[in-house]
Design a protein around this ligand. Sequence first.
Ligand SMILES: NC(=O)c1ccc[n+]([C@@H]2O[C@H](COP(=O)([O-])OP(=O)(O)OC[C@H]3O[C@@H](n4cnc5c(N)ncnc54)[C@H](OP(=O)(O)O)[C@@H]3O)[C@@H](O)[C@H]2O)c1
Length: 313
Amino acid sequence: MEYRKLGDLEVSVIGYGAWGIGGAPFWNTEGDKKSITSIKKSFDLGINFFDTAPVYGFGHSEELIGKALKPVRDKVILATKCGLRWGKESLSSLRKDASRKSILEEIDQSLNRLGTDWIDLYQVHWPDVETSQQETMETLLELQEQGKIRHIGVSNYSAAQIKESLQYAKLISLQPEYSLLAREIEKETVPLCVENGMGIVAYSPLSSGVLTGKYDKDTKFKDWRSKGIIGTFTGEGFVENISKVDQLKEIAVQEDKTCGQTAINWVLRQPGLATALVGVKNAGQMEENIKAIGWQPSNENCEKIDKLFAPAG
Ligand SMILES: NC(=O)c1ccc[n+]([C@@H]2O[C@H](COP(=O)([O-])OP(=O)(O)OC[C@H]3O[C@@H](n4cnc5c(N)ncnc54)[C@H](OP(=O)(O)O)[C@@H]3O)[C@@H](O)[C@H]2O)c1
């Protein structure tokens, strides 16, 4: 395993993304037993960075992470989030709330579900434009002083929102969507993060499964991917993406790698990248995914990949 600096933490370049194992209403899982085995296996493979959130399975993901990693708590870096609340355990009830009141409620619930006294990285899940960044950041600083959280990060923040937050608190990370199919952060946000010593914690490096190459243009998703929250999983945009992924598959064959390994490998080679959060449903998927580390395609194939997935404009 390869490790990189994230603030003063040393994180594995592949992190365990625990959204999928939370299950409904977002994903289907292979059952808690396989989810727990995948967490333990990932730790055995050298992964020390585990990312979850209260909203993943409405608490279930945090509970599984806490349970599986309890015996090795002091050897792992636990990252979770705040600021995304729910009402009736349905997608339609989700709302952003990064107010002081909400965060103070959320932190104790997360600590309880994770079965720990501290969270290593506490991230604001989505920007809440109704609450001032000052209020959110000052609340997080309070939690830091109390020892409930070690470091502060943000997720899905624009460059302007990062700049504003930095006036109030030190941030060690940004967690954005980042993959061959989602490169919006490259122009403005990545340079800003690098300049301010913030590491990129890339989410959905496989574009939630699309870059594994296992889907085709006629795939109809039955989970959250049919609902247009993030990413492109329907319509013309999806067909275009699948056509690019088909070409990536051919390049991967030349490198004797899978399409998914080639896609993750690309993310790992990008500036500012600290870790790529890969979502897995079973141990076998993680065993396959970590083979994205420690090699790089030929120069010719690197150029082909960049050209194929170059952002428009
Ligand atoms: N901050 C945010 O707003 C945010 C948003 C999204 C994600 N995230 C974080 O990023 C993590 C990863 O995101 P993600 O789950 O969207 O992304 P991903 O890593 O892009 O895709 C994961 C999915 O791909 C499939 N997969 C993975 N490895 C595979 C393999 N070797 N062979 C075949 N299929 C494989 C699995 O789906 P199936 O087995 O079901 O096919 C898995 O659920 C999340 O768990 C979460 O921690 C954060």
